[in-house]
Ligand binder design. Structure first.
Ligand code: NAI
Length: 687
């Protein structure tokens, strides 16, 4: 049973009851219709209240039904909504908690809506590459200002009922209450029965003639090939220009087209891949995470400060340890400044900021870490420094505490051996800025205990991270693949492409920024320092000549006002640089190379397939547990366009044989990853 039916006085109450989120799968849809018929047949019932079972109204369609026969089996959501509209007894929807997607569309089919102020309503379908498919694009603009409805439908973000009810001209809610929504809805139902009215949203005219041109321009600029938001906007405009029935048909056609397309498949993959990544296969069923109530962060630099903020934000006390008072004070001041910036933007109250700062204990004494359950090291990237820190942690931390390293390149197995308890050592690789970026690679070392792995992953989720387990290797999953991507970009440059050609091709694919614009943002000096050190250690290694020439000219990127591009003072607009063009010309003259022309398609393939090839090796070596985990790393940490589903999923949609062929042409003489070759031959996919 996915609904519950009861009668109180003359009001029938239909409660959606399909845990965890009252998804509107087939059995729930059948339940609503069955209960509705029962209410219409019962002589003592005069009105009907439709509600959820406590916290939720409904989070919408059951995504797992998409693409299966269940989703198209009658009664469809459209049929259920029409039955509510046509009900001969008034239907009042009582909205509490979440009311998303199909849930909101269902509520729009009721004659009246009573909502808790705190109820969240929204049409998030675009986030799955879709548009609402049960009338949402046609009904919502009839009860809100057109621009408000268009923002909600094209952006997918929820609003609270309280905020929407305060907007002039809204007809979405008939009553908004602080609490006891179902009782309020029952009262409302009783009051309306005598009027005999059963207003239907479909009969309303769309009010207002606001221009949606500015929104269209904004969406077009941001879309980068992602279709759903603009299709959604077309449908909102249709609500004004055609009849309700025609609008509904157009919506249905658009929905079917999108639901069968690659973009929505990619976004659904991304959604499920993130959930799957949390589950670690192979752990014993009774593996329990250890309790983590107090955290230590060693090193209060760029990463340590950001890492500490994650825990403070989640209400978990943090002791930060530094080598001396001066760097400690500096680290704390940076944390305070970051919070102050949030306060200035109105994103945090001054009280909340003080609560968070109050959870922070600075120290220069290891003895103060004795009672911490988890210590995360974020000191200089130097094995000797790591050794000193882990030796100290091993001496002071209580038994059962977890020792984690945020190292990005060093061997976690070696670090674990600095302690007498390697089973308690794990990598927790955050991304910069650590308080903003959601990805967290959990690095499983040779001896890491299952319980420790489970705890690191659990803690990561508590602080709101997207966690992915990686094995030990240079760069782990993300940075190891990134090195291939960057090298592919350099190969293109050396063969004759320009930075702006490469960037604009990959931005056309959906990345917010190409590799050279990213390079200018991050600054070229750090990479140059590393390269110089490596050249000194290894004089025969190939040079990154073009990058080196720019660095020698002081072209370190945005902060220097010049890098791969030129920048006007104080501005971030990348302007193609005649100086860089000349550097490239000179490079080709000296080498005697003829500059090749590359199509945007080939540029995209070279960069993305390099990721795929390295991803296949990482998968084959067992560094990543699943292809979908690699996709999650790239979506959450590296700006891979979400509507492409991640590099491995994208390769699957292109076809692995095509990918393999292309790699053989690009890198003549280098064998593609064996796993890729094997799957391509067998006609299989990664995911
Ligand atoms: P940083 O140089 O900004 O900060 C390091 C801090 O550690 C400094 O404040 C220093 O005073 C302190 N420190 C040095 N030795 C110490 C010791 N023995 N005991 C206590 N504190 C000590 O460096 P950053 O960028 O924060 O990097 C830290 C770690 O995080 C490195 O392992 C790095 O590879 C890793 N990482 C860095 C990322 C980045 O983008 N910066 C991203 C992911 C990981």
């Amino acid at each position: 049973m996915s609904t519950q039916y009861s009668v109180a006085g003359s009001v029938a109450i239909i409660r959606l009851d399909n845990p965890p989120v009252n998804g509107l799968g087939l059995s729930t849809r059948q339940g609503i219709l069955r209960d509705l018929t029962r209410a219409l047949d019962a002589p003592e019932v005069e009105s009907i209240v439709l509600t959820g079972n406590g916290k939720f109204f409904s989070a919408g369609a059951d995504i797992s039904e998409f693409g299966t026969s269940k989703s198209s089996t009658e009664p469809s959501l459209r049929t259920v909504i029409e039955a509510l509209e046509d009900s001969t007894k008034p239907v009042v929807a009582a909205l509490e908690g979440t009311c998303f997607g199909g849930g909101l569309e269902l509520a729009l089919g009721a004659h009246y809506r009573v909502a808790a102020k705190s109820a969240k309503v929204g049409l998030p379908e675009v986030k799955l590459g879709l548009v609402p498919g049960a009338g949402g694009t046609q009904r919502l603009p009839r009860v809100l200002k057109v621009r408000t409805a268009a923002d909600m439908i094209t952006g997918g973000s929820p609003r609270t009922a309280g905020a929407l009810a305060a907007e002039p001209g809204q007809r979405l809610f008939d009553r908004v209450v602080d609490s006891d929504t179902v009782i309020a809805a029952m009262q409302f139902a009783d009051e309306t029965v005598p009027s005999g009215k059963r207003p239907r949203i479909r009969d309303l005219e769309v009010a207002g003639s606001e221009d949606l041109g500015a929104l269209r321009a904004q969406l077009t600029k941001r879309s980068r090939g992602f279709a759903a938001p603009l299709v959604a906007l077309d449908l909102v405009e249709k609500a004004r220009s055609v009849s309700f029935a025609e609008g509904l048909d157009a919506e249905h056609t658009a929905f079917l087209q999108l639901v069968g397309g690659d973009q929505s498949a990619a976004l659904r993959h991304a959604f499920f891949a993130e959930r799957t990544a949390r589950k670690i296969p192979g752990l014993a069923a009774d593996t329990a995470a250890r309790p983590v109530q107090k955290v230590a962060v060693v090193g209060a630099g760029t990463m340590g400060g950001g890492i500490a903020m994650n825990f403070l934000n989640a209400g978990i006390p943090v002791t930060v340890l530094e080598t001396a008072q001066e760097p400690l004070d500096r680290g704390l001041a940076t944390i305070r400044r970051n919070y102050q910036a949030q306060v200035d933007k109105g994103k945090l109250t001054p009280e909340a900021m003080e609560t968070r700062m109050g959870l922070l204990r600075p120290t220069v004494d290891y003895a103060d870490l004795a009672d911490c359950d988890l210590a995360i090291e974020a000191v200089f990237e130097d094995m000797d420094v790591k050794r000193a820190v882990f030796t100290n942690l091993d001496q002071v931390l209580k038994p059962g505490a977890i020792l984690a390293s945020n190292t990005s390149t060093l061997d976690v197995d070696t670090i674990a051996e600095f302690t007498s308890r390697p089973a308690d050592v794990v990598g927790m690789h955050f991304f910069s800025p650590a308080n903003v970026m959601t990805l967290l690679e959990i690095v499983r070392a040779d001896k890491t205990a299952d319980e420790v792995l489970a705890t690191a992953s659990d803690v990561g989720q508590r602080i709101g991270k997207v966690t992915v387990v990686s094995g030990v290797c240079d760069g782990f999953i993300g940075n190891r693949m990134l090195a291939r991507y960057r090298r592919a970009a350099n190969v293109l440059l050396e063969a004759g492409a320009s930075p702006e050609q490469i960037d604009s091709a990959i931005e056309g694919f959906g990345y917010a920024m190409g590799p050279f614009r990213v390079g200018d943002l991050a600054g070229g000096d750090i990479g140059w320092a590393i390269r110089k050190r490596r050249y000194a250690e290894n004089p025969d290694m190939p040079r990154d000549e073009i990058s080196d020439r720019l660095c020698e000219m002081g072209r370190f990127g945005q902060k220097a006002g010049a890098g791969w591009y030129d920048y006007e003072p104080g501005r971030r607009n990348a302007i193609p640089s005649p100086v860089v063009a000349e550097v490239l010309e000179a490079y080709h003259r000296e080498k005697g190379t003829r500059r090749q022309e590359f199509s945007p398609e080939e540029i995209v393939q070279r960069l993305v397939f390099a990721l795929v090839d390295e991803g296949a090796r990482i998968l084959d070596e067992g560094i990543a547990l699943r292809a979908s985990d690699i996709d999650v790393v790239y979506l959450a940490g590296y700006g891979f366009p979400r509507h492409r589903g991640g590099p491995m999923f994208y390769a699957d949609t292109v076809g692995l044989a095509t990918v393999e062929d292309a790699l053989r042409t690009f890198d003549a003489g280098i064998e593609p990853a064996p796993l890729l070759t094997r799957l391509a031959k067998e006609g299989k996919t990664f995911n």
